[in-house]
Design a protein around this ligand. Sequence first.
Ligand code: SAH
Length: 226
Amino acid sequence: MAGPVAAGRGLDSEAVRAAMVRKLREQGLHNAAVAQAFGAVPRHLFVDSALVTQAYEDTSLPIGLGQTISKPSVVGRMLELLLECPAVAQGRVLEIGTGCGYQAALLGRLCREVYSMERLRALHEKARENLRPLRIPNVHLILGDGTLGYPKGAPYAGILAAAGGEAIPDAWLEQLAVGGRLVAPAVVGGASGERQCLVVVDRTAQGCVQQVLEAVHFVPLKSGIV
Ligand code: SAH
C-alpha cells in the first residue's frame, strides 16, 4: 500500500490512522481502549515534518538527540500489558522517557493521571510543544532523572518505561502501589547470554512477581539530566 499523501500538517490523518489501527488489530492488538487511543492521537504531530509520510507505518522514527519514538506495535503491546492490571486505568501512572510525548498522549487517554519524565531538556520541551495543542490536562511532564522515579506522585498504579537499563531501578519498585504493575525493558541474563527483554512486575501484598517476556530493542536508560 502506498504511504499517506502528506500535505504538510494537513495530511488526511484520520484515514491513515484508521488504517494503522486496523493493521495493529490484525497483528493481535485486542484491547479496545488502546485501539481507540491509537485512533485518536495524531502520531504525525509528534514526528519531524520530513518524516510525516512515515508517521503511520509500524516503525520507530528518530525524534532528535539520538532518541526514537517507539514503533506503534511495541507501544500497543506495552500499553496492553499495563492495562491488564485493573488498577491502572483509574490510577496514577508514571512514564519514564517522555521523548516526543506520543506515548504520554496515549496514556493520557487511557489512565486517570499521568506523570511523564524525561532527562533531556530539549526533548522535554519538544514534548510540551507537541502536547499543547492536544490539550490533555491529566498529563504532567517532568524534567528529571527517571531512574529515581517521581516520589511526589507515588504510589503509582502503573509504571511504564520507554528506555532500558541493566536492571529495574529500586525506586520504581518502591513507588509501585500494591496491586500495581510495572512494564519496562531491562537486560536479563539467560543461557544464551544477556539481552534486553520486556519485563512485567506485579506488586502484590506478598511481594513482587516478575515475568520476563520477549526480546526488545529500546534506547538505554541513562542517569542525570542534560
Ligand atoms: N515514549 C517516547 C519514547 C522515547 S525514547 C515517545 O513516545 O516518544 C526513550 C526516552 O527515554 C528518550 O527520550 C530518553 O532520553 C529517555 N530517557 C532515558 N533515560 C532516562 C531517564 N533516566 N529519565 C528520563 N528519561 C530517560
